[in-house]
Ligand binder design. Structure first.
Ligand code: CP3
Length: 382
């Protein structure tokens, strides 16, 4: 049985449950990444997906920012990538130096859907992520909670059709408009894999306990304490197309994960949705998506976002990542502003401080430290 050290810092979990906190919990998307020299050192001798697939390496890079920013960071996120789901569906994905992900054999027409695996054995295909999660939970020694994640179906669908990054998403959008029914079927199929993958992350090594039919003792043994879904390309869709093609799959995931966890007697963990650029949909996402926290980018003002979502959900975000290149004065000024806008002059309630998207490779790690220090200072209850 996996026995994890008790959690010493539950700030993130309290904020995600909508509670008031003494200050805002803080973490940043892509916090294990190339801006850290210790990460680049690991990458010198190990290819990107090799790091993802080797639990000891994934654990090491997950823990790197926690070690460096000891006492300043309130969450860790398991080192992996959203593209492990297309891999589990049978597609080849390479990570190219400088240009990012590359699919040598992308989906060109709906006939290519036949090439995907009919049934995905999550344990067999992605068991390495679960092993990395178990190992990381031990390495973290209860310092901070561990976040699990996956990509949203629309974002994954776009990668699988474009074959990599794209400025226009012309191919993926052509599918939506030319083959809407086939597209929807594929999107839901991806969503089903996401559900199994997320449920697997929450349980990871806890199967032994289930076997003993003692689900009630699972609580302290859960591996993943919060889940986040990244819909990085949500904002590329017109509002009505987001509603038609992405939103139903996001709901499918939140409902599916909750149902499966309930059936298995596993406690439900808070879920975050980061639908980048879909700020137009904030009221609907707050009411109907089924997520506890909504991540927002920097294109919406925090006070306006709070007005749009009401009191139902927590908010996460939203500093423009490029501010980390703006020098310490700019970082301090903007964190102060962001804190005031999220807090509205009160103690922070249901706010998780973060950037509005992932941190980029050129940031000075000491400037990120300053960002954390400013969040601690300006988000504190007065
Ligand atoms: O946040 C974390 O620290 C956890 C790890 C994580 C990575 N990717 C590691 C990574 C997470 C949560 C992701 C999510 C991810 N991956 C997203 C959604 C978030 C977002 O940024 O929109 C997307 C779209 C991807 C796909 C992906 N993976 C791209 C487009 C790239 C290339 C980008 C680049 O900066 O070159 C990756 C590679 C990747 N994933 C890196 C890291 C640290 C850098 C690659 C390297 O080490 O060479």
């Amino acid at each position: 049985m996996t026995d994890f050290p008790p959690l010493k810092n539950d700030l993130l979990l309290r904020a995600a449950r909508g509670e008031e906190t003494e200050r805002a919990p803080v973490w940043v998307m892509r916090q294990a990444g190339r801006y850290l020299p210790e990460f680049r050192e690991v990458r010198k001798s190990h290819e990107f997906f090799e790091v993802c697939r080797t639990p000891a390496l994934a654990t090491e890079v997950t823990v790197q920012p926690i070690r460096r920013y000891s006492g300043l960071l309130d969450a860790s996120i398991i080192f992996s990538d959203i593209l492990v789901v297309p891999q589990a569906l049978g597609m080849e994905v390479q990570m190219k130096e400088g240009t990012g992900p590359h699919f040598p054999d992308p989906l060109v027409t709906p006939a290519d859907i036949e090439k995907l695996s009919k049934v995905v054995n999550i344990q067999k295909e992605l068991g390495y992520v679960f092993d990395a999660i178990t190992m990381t939970r031990h390495a973290l020694k209860g310092e901070v909670p561990l976040i699990g994640f996956c990509g949203a179906p629309w974002t994954l669908f776009a990668y699988m059709i474009e074959g990599g990054g794209s400025k226009t998403l012309q191919k993926a959008k052509s599918w939506l408009f030319k083959y809407p029914e086939e597209s929807k079927q594929l999107l839901i199929r991806i969503a089903d894999v996401c559900v199994d993958f997320l449920v697997g992350q929450v349980k990871a090594g806890a199967q032994v306990i289930r076997f003993l039919k003692l689900p009630f003792i699972l609580g302290p043994h859960l591996e993943i304490q919060l889940l986040q879904i990244f819909d990085s390309w949500a904002g590329e869709l017109a509002p009505h197309h987001f509603l038609e093609f992405s939103f139903p799959t996001l709901q499918h995931i939140s409902t599916g994960v909750r149902q499966k966890l309930a059936v298995e007697g596993v406690p439900i963990v808070p879920m975050t949705l980061f639908a980048k650029g879909a700020n137009h949909a904030l009221p609907l996402l707050a009411q109907k998506s089924g997520y506890d926290t909504l991540g927002i980018d920097w294109c919406v003002d925090p006070a306006e976002a709070r007005r749009l979502v009401g009191d139902k959900v927590a908010l996460q975000g939203n500093l423009d990542p490029n501010l980390l290149y703006g020098g310490r004065d700019a970082i301090e000024r903007e964190v102060k502003r962001m804190s005031e806008a999220f807090k509205g002059g009160k103690a922070p309630k249901a706010w998780i401080a973060n950037l509005g998207h992932g941190i980029t490779p050129g940031v000075d790690p000491e400037d990120l430290r300053w960002f954390f220090e400013c969040v601690h200072k300006y988000s504190a209850a007065k």
